[in-house]
Design a protein around this ligand. Sequence first.
Ligand code: GLN
Length: 456
Amino acid sequence: LTRHFLARAGASDLNAFLHIDPAQSLAQAAAADARLANGGAGPLTGIPIAHKDIFVTRGWRSTAGSNMLANYTSPFDATVVERFGAAGMVTLGKLNCDEFAMGSANENSAFGAVKNPWDRLAVPGGSSGGSAAAIAAGLAPAATATDTGGSIRQPAAFCGVTGIKPTYGRVSRYGMIAFASSLDQGGPIARSAEDCAMLLGEMAGFDARDSTCLTAEQGNVREDFTRDLNVPLTGLRIGVPKEYFGEGLAADVEQAVRAALDEFVKLGATLVDITLPKTALSIPVYYIIAPAEASSNLSRFDGVRYGHRAAEYKDLSEMYRKSRAEGFGPEVQRRIMVGTYVLCHGYYDAYYLQAQKIRRLIADDFQAALGEKCDVIMGPVAPTVAWDLGAKSNDPVANYLADIFTLSTSLAGLPGMSVPCGFGQGAVNGRRPVGLQIIGNYFSEAKLLGIAHQYQ
Ligand code: GLN
């Protein structure tokens, strides 16, 4: 199995993989074989998995898609990597992504864009574009990804695969190179909800090394996320937010999502009109909070302890300046500047504090709908199908606006998933997939996966 996927990954020209090391993978595969022969194997033993290059991996480069870390090798494994290793999964390699997970198209990677396997003229989405493209093209059977404002759900949608962003705090962030710590959350991308359920079972659960990881007392225990896969959907109340179907939603995406909703009605669910009035505010709120946290997190890349250091400099201050100017790409620099600005004395109250207050109101919107009015919420993942490579690469605001349907879930810390639900119209070079988004209340991952499985 490992040889099969190594061959496919090695022959691919999608640029989904940044780092393949067959010798290491095959050694892990041999260990898995021994375990399968001698006992102690679990259901995932011997199954290959590729990791987004945001997760640090001992013995492999971990770049976060950045020149800053182009030659960085971590001395330890991220908790997620360690847990999959303990389950006997075989690391297949490291996957391309937007630099420090900042982006929606994978075009901000220092190591080049990734092609969408459905249509090579299209972006794969981002920031986990390598993860989604690798699954869609059959280069790996399972992948890790991270979602700060949509980076699991949107690339999964653009590449026609399944991904789930768990409740914030479910999955340990230890060894996940930080972008915006109050939003970052790891999760799987795979071919189906069933596969995602098995993978999430290994990822989720308290980890003492991440202070924001939810504890066992809070309910973050190792769970069997496959437990609801066969629960019928009779009586399920699906909230359909009017803000997710308004202006700006492409007709072909709306058609595919509405067709999926009709399928759910056939499966016994009922549709309920709901409203999430603060949806539009999620863009300015997210693009204040995420850069603020990023500017703080990325201050550790100073050319001293690790990462890129400029070759020539006069003094310490020039060494910092040149190392960071050379190591960080334009989008990362933009976010550091925005983040520093909104946190500075005099603007903190006007921007950052206001954004935090609206963040709470956005979370309240969801609580007003979930429970009383509906059990889950459904809508599109993104307003359009994947756009052309290069089409928005010089227009950061156009990229930000396309995040409209994924940001509020992240700001609220809720779990959300992306499930393939058809294709857009009018593509000339290939078909471009559409993703259905399913959002649930805190800790409802098993339910979301079950609902997706019934549909799939
Ligand atoms: N597109 C969003 C951004 O650029 C979300 C990225 C993410 O979830 N990592 O910040």
